[in-house]
Design a protein around this ligand. Structure first.
Ligand code: N01
Length: 582
């Protein structure tokens, strides 16, 4: 595709330009935000650190990268034409196809001309006198905007653990989230991979096909369910497209924001034989829906133990070497850390050139010139892959110096854990929006659904602010505190709050331990956002509105109303109402 003239590398810095909105990031969130802003007649500039659109899917190009939400649902729903005209080739789309889709969206809606690529936003400061944001980039741009919208992604700031001797290693070191665009050929190489999360689990089987020796350094064993990925037939695609809006509506009524068969019955009420049959059937369907085998799996430890034991038996039945199989068997709560979905992951350990090294009790000691040392043993390597994850949810905010009222930075405000009203905005930072920010369902929902709901809500809010002639909006501290407390309280009911995952920031030493996403379920959250909007954006201070113009005239974006004829499944419903409701 031809680069936009605005995006020539030698473009001059933009100084003193004024926009209605500046958007940070051109992943799916930034793209849709730009589309909505333009549709409302706002002027906007998007800055993107990468060389093109796609965000996560631009950077995560490691072998085997693909989405584990089914492709017919992991896509925008705002355009019926787009839904009808785009054809996904596989049940789970590979990264290049998702990136192609992001590019298609950018071109189809003519978005590129308002995005400046290869440009990282370094600072955003609220000018209290002028009531606008001053934004600075690493390209020398210095622009102003009434609204500043963070579309920076939840899993975008790569975690680079400070391994001792990192500089001594003579070969290349890669991070899965910053993969070289030209790809890497591992043929004939001795490869080491650190980590066994989703990225590692997807890439290990592919890299094992190329490498002459593959050593996996595992700190925590991971549950994984087979994807059973397959090509999509034209008949299947047509059957979905015959009534795509119905599928979208059903998806929005699910806690995860995507649709799959969900059994409300508790595992604890089933007999052992029934459970075995149910788990086996769910295993054969595969993927994340495996967690929908029973309603209480993420709430009752005894119920969870039954599915965890089933999954461990599967690992033992696949991995031939008993010692390796035991090391691969997790002993924590099933689905507590993000469940992985794989193609041939456990089978890979049956290959003679693949070795598993346990670093749970004795961590990686150091990188040497020619390998990695653990517990006094050197593992010779030509290349190392860090599949070590991300500073989740807040890591990308930390990279930008964001300064609100009274010179307080967001990093200072969030030092003890992120605080945001509904996950969309934070007190002290007027006119700043955070798409899929902490305190919203975000990573616990299908990301594109979560993004669309946030963007629509924020766009409606910004249009409202314009309509009433207001200068600023900002969460009221009491409402924010109440929401943060609620997010925290809800999380305690779920077993997901009990382990050291990136959901709680525990994957990186020194981060505050706070359950960051909202776990009360997508439809419950959407309902709450709808109520806040229809109550005139309750919980927000709206300042500077023209006299007599304060009354809300806002229209709720129609498609976020949950239709009455659809069964809404919420964690509160499946956990027998013990989950606090908003
Ligand atoms: O990262 P992770 P990821 N020494 O944080 C280990 C999404 N995603 O990139 O568990 C040794 O899950 C760490 O060990 P531990 C998805 O939401 C989706 O794989 O902290 N090991 C862990 O094993 C996912 O959850 C898709 O003890 C160290 C691994 O590195 C999220 O992104 C695909 C270490 C990191 O796993 C993140 O996944 C890919 C150290 N010092 C990703 N530091 C799909 O849609 C960390 N580790 C399919």
């Amino acid at each position: 595709m031809a680069p936009s003239p605005l995006n020539e590398p030698e473009r001059r810095p933009e100084v003193d330009a004024v926009f209605d909105a500046v958007v940070v990031g051109a992943g799916f969130a930034g793209l849709y935000m730009l589309h909505r802003l333009r549709g409302l007649g706002f002027t906007a500039r998007v800055y993107e650190a990468g060389g093109s659109v796609g965000g996560t899917w631009y950077w995560n190009r490691y072998p085997g990268a693909r989405c584990d939400v089914e492709s017919m649902q992991y896509s925008f729903s705002f355009s019926e034409d787009l839904d009808q005209q785009w054809d996904w080739s596989e049940k789970y789309a590979p990264q290049p196809e998702i990136l192609a889709y992001a590019n298609h969206v950018a071109d189809r809606f003519d978005l590129r001309r308002h995005i400046w690529f290869d440009t990282r936003v370094m600072a955003a400061s609220f000018d209290e006198a002028a009531k606008c944001w001053r934004i600075e980039t690493d390209h020398g741009d210095q622009v102003s905007a009434k609204f500043c919208i963070m579309a920076v992604g939840c899993l975008s700031a790569a975690n680079h653990p400070p391994f001792r001797g990192r500089q001594d290693f003579s070969g290349p070191v890669y991070h899965t989230g910053e993969w070289p665009h030209e790809g890497v050929d591992f043929t004939g190489l001795r490869v080491g991979i650190i980590g066994t999360g989703s990225s590692a689990i997807q890439s290990i089987p592919i890299i094992a096909q190329q490498a002459c020796a593959l050593t996996v350094f595992q700190r925590t064993a991971t549950y994984s369910v087979p994807a059973w990925n397959e090509k999509l037939t034209p008949e299947y695609r047509s059957s979905i497209k015959a009534d795509y809006p119905a599928l979208r509506a059903k998806a929005r009524a699910r806690p995860t924001g995507f649709y799959f068969p969900f059994n409300m019955k508790p595992a604890s009420e089933a007999t052992e034989e029934e459970r075995e049959r149910q788990y086996q059937e769910a295993w054969e369907r595969g993927g994340l829906p495996f967690l929908g085998a029973y309603g209480d799996l993420l709430f009752e430890k005894a119920a969870n133990d039954t599915i965890a034991e089933f999954a461990r038996r599967k690992i033992r039945s696949i991995v031939k070497d008993p010692a390796t199989a035991e090391l691969l068997c997790p002993d924590n709560v099933f689905g507590c850390k993000r469940l992985c979905v794989d193609t041939g992951y456990f089978e890979t350990y049956n290959l003679p050139h693949v070795k598993l090294v346990d670093v749970s009790k004795t961590p990686i000691e150091r990188f040497m010139a020619d390998g990695i040392e653990v517990n006094g043993v050197g593992y010779p390597l030509d290349t190392i892959i860090c599949a070590t994850g991300f500073a989740a949810m807040t890591g990308s905010f930390d990279k930008i110096r964001i300064t609100g009222r009274n010179g307080v930075t967001l990093a200072e405000k969030w030092r003890a854990g992120p605080r945001a009203y509904l996950g969309v905005a934070t007190a002290g930072f007027p006119n700043l929006f955070t798409i899929t920010g902490p305190g919203s369902p975000s990573v616990l929902a299908s990301m594109i659904q979560a993004i669309e709901q946030h963007v629509d809500w924020m766009a409606d809010f910004m249009a409202h602010v314009r309509d009433i002639g207001a200068a600023t909006i900002e969460p009221l501290p009491d409402f924010e505190d109440e929401w943060v407390e609620h997010v925290n309280e809800v999380s305690k009911v779920s077993l997901r709050s009990t382990c050291s995952s990136w959901y709680v920031g525990a994957n990186i030493p020194g981060r505050p331990r706070v359950f960051m996403p909202y776990i009360g379920g997508f439809p419950v959250y959407v309902q709450k956002c709808n109520e806040v909007m229809t109550n005139g954006f309750e919980g927000f201070a709206i300042e500077g509105a023209n006299a007599g113009n304060e009354a809300p005239r806002v229209q709720l974006t129609e498609r976020w109303r949950v239709p009455l004829d659809i069964e809404v499944i919420s964690p509160a419903a499946v956990a027998g109402r013990r989950v606090p409701v908003v």
